[in-house]
Design a protein around this ligand. Sequence first.
Ligand code: PEP
Ligand code: MG
Length: 567
Amino acid sequence: MITGIAASPGIAIGQILMIKNDQLNISKLTCKDSSAQLKKLKVAIDQSVLELQAIQEKALKELGAEEAEIFSAHLLLLQDPEILSQVNQMIETKFVNASWAIESVVKDVVTMFESMDDEYMKARATDVKDVFTRVLNHLEGITNTDLSKLDSDVILICDDLTPSQTATMNKKYVLGFLTNQGGKTSHSAIMARTMEIPAIVGLSSITNKVKNSDIIALNGSTGELIINPSDQELDEFKALKNKYQSGLDDLKKFIGKKATTTDGFTTVLAGNLGSYQDLESFHQNDAESVGLYRTEFLYMDRDSMPTENEQYEVYSKVLKSLTDKECVIRTLDIGGDKNLPYLKIKNEENPFLGYRAIRLCLKQTDIFKAQLRALLRASVHGNMAIMFPMISCLEELQMALQTLDDCKSELENESIPFSKTIKVGMMIEVPSAALITDVLAKYVDFFSLGTNDLTQYTCAVDRNNPKVQELYNPFNPGLLRLIHMVAKNANEKNINVSVCGSVAHHPTLVPFFIGIGINKLSMSAMHILKTKEQIINLTKSTCEKIAREVLKLETAEQIENYLLENQ
Ligand code: PEP
Ligand code: MG
């Protein structure tokens, strides 16, 4: 039995496929024509940017926003001024080839990350390698194994699976994967969990211990694996596999049940949607409603703005398939890390603090109105609510509401029908809005806490910047106090309040959310049944006590430990 780091739960038994990412043997060459090298480098970087953007879109559609952010971080790394200026300088002053310059500079950065004590930071070395190996491959004309072309069941084995390989692989045929490198927080581990593929990482030298015809039995829940198991071991693993599967099947008993605590507090468990395709998992996992439909993907996969009619068709299709289940549709949340090339937004120093989401919609009202009109027209086909993202003050909310009213008047004048009972809400993602939720509650029907952004803005930490990830902490006491304040204001003003950021299903935080009176948790649908199981076994009064204790604690570490003990 070999043991590594349990990265993603589940049992897999199958034949291995060894992935050898071609070792690049870069030679140092003297290149007098440094401008030719710089040009070559630029072309390789541009090609890498295009590829990463395509992978990012695929990840966004198939895996979710959190996983796609990995590639936003990769795109940032590709443009890292410090790395690039060192590479350029080396080419210009030492007259070396671009590949050599990249390899030398990146080697130092990788060594720096690898020598860090913090596991998360250590794992960032893989990101740097992944990004610049892509550039080097372009410079050297090398093509690596394309995992999107897999066509039979395999267990992947490699030194380290890069995030881009993980995102593009044909997951239908990947039974599991094993890597020499990596830790619990490496991106391939995060993505394996999202894709529900069993995985063990940090195995040191597994690639030297196996050959391509070998059979592996692996347990991603314990981190244990056996190479060429005996019949008896195979039987044991098959039994474990059945047990694991029946555990998942067991969760199905919660289908149709409400997420009600033992003392009668009910939380709606809703699903987040990125596209129509997500509805399959939504229905399978018994999501009660859509708590967040991110509409930006409708705008992202194309060269021009979707028309009002095109949008109307998509929204109608989604609403019809949900019958009477509520669907909270968020208006366009573009900008920041989600760019639309055809909008030609000028590069900004601080895109997350800049021209994005509702700010852009309120300035480019043609875009905003096309979407609002499409939404209003589609509203007759189901139970729709509209939600505005990134509101930072009352004036913005009022302008958005006024634009919605203008669209309603236009449609009335054109005798086009729309629902008269559409609820309107806003995301709470900006501290300046969270702090005046007592005021904002008078103008909307509901709040939804966008904790992904609220964390970034409250803690002043870029959600995509790996260098400061340790500060991007959902247990930050300031953040939790702010969330509590929003829930309190919403409850006092009798409006609904939900959480739709990625911590909504975090088992450590769920009791806190229940304790402060969150009415709805909206998450990737695959987490719903597990969260329901947890809530059904909770007691609201205990959760309230837990929340009170949490709000007294002083550091994120104390809070996390306390919540872990009281989960
Ligand atoms: C959030 O910020 O928490 C959120 C749900 O929105 P997004 O992740 O799309 O920015
Ligand atoms: Mg957000």
